[in-house]
Design a protein around this ligand. Structure first.
Ligand SMILES: [Zn+2]
Length: 257
């Protein structure tokens, strides 16, 4: 699932293709907006907020999209052939570019952005990133496990399973530790923000500082392989209540119970 860094990067791609240009075509392939037509309107800009994308359109409208599990925005020349089998949910095109939203998990057209992002905590990659507010929201539920609390976008927006696993490993925190038992939440949140920020301008996630394939992460994608610090086999499990459980990887030795 794309996390905050990928969504930030996607927003930049959409800005390059759409900003300041007039739409020559809009094609909403979701029942709710099947008749919506933005042709003739200029795209102002696209911003990311956590894992959400906000494409602001002239006339006080915002197209809200979310990549969810495996959505993507593909930028092509207008009229370029769309591969058969692509589940296209939305096309926004101008004279120079065509942005094709494939397998998008959410597509909305709203007047008030608060409808779609108002519930979210501070955006880890946003200009208004507020670490103190994120810590306050996390601490408000001291009985929760830190692993679940970090994925709850109402606490802070942008972390998915990769950054959760990597942050907790680097801080030596067992994923099932209770929020109320974590002494230094400020450092934990600040580290998560730095990891996301370091990856927002390129493709791929590197948390070890080593760009070589296979060396880029500490625990994510490394189940059963030796811990880079202590040699213990990396554990793999799931966290959260069904059917919301999500992947977690950790080192039993470096992240003791
Ligand atoms: Zn270890």
């Amino acid at each position: 699932m794309p996390e905050g860094d990928v969504v930030y990067h996607t927003a930049a791609q959409l800005r390059r293709a759409l900003d300041g240009r007039t739409l020559t075509r809009s094609d909403f392939r979701v029942p709710r907006y099947a008749t919506a037509d933005l042709t003739g309107r200029t795209v102002l800009t696209t911003l990311s907020y956590g894992k959400h994308l906000l494409t602001r359109i002239e006339g006080g409208l915002t197209v809200h999209t979310h990549l969810r599990m495996d959505g993507t925005w593909r930028i092509t020349k207008p009229g370029a052939r769309i591969p058969p089998g692509d589940q296209v949910r939305l096309i926004l095109a101008n004279a120079e570019w065509q942005a094709v939203g494939v397998k998008l998990g959410m597509v909305d057209l709203v007047k008030d952005e608060r409808e779609v992002i108002g519930h979210l905590g501070p955006d880890l990659l946003g200009p208004g990133w507020d670490a103190a507010e994120a810590v306050r929201r996390l601490r408000a539920q001291p009985e929760r496990t830190i692993g679940e609390a970090l994925l709850d976008q109402r606490n802070l927006a942008g972390i998915g399973t990769i950054y959760r696993a990597e942050t907790l490993f680097l801080r030596g925190v067992w994923p099932w530790r209770k929020v109320g038992e974590i002494e230094d939440m400020d450092s934990l949140v600040s580290l998560a923000q730095r990891l996301l920020n370091a990856n927002k301008d390129h493709v791929g996630t590197i948390t070890t500082g080593d760009r070589r394939p296979g060396n880029q992460t500490w625990v994510y994608g490394r189940a059963g392989r030796p811990c880079r610090r202590c040699g213990t086999r990396i554990s793999r499990g799931e966290m959260g209540a069904q059917p919301q459980e999500r992947l977690i990887l950790w080192c039993e030795n470096c992240q003791p119970r």
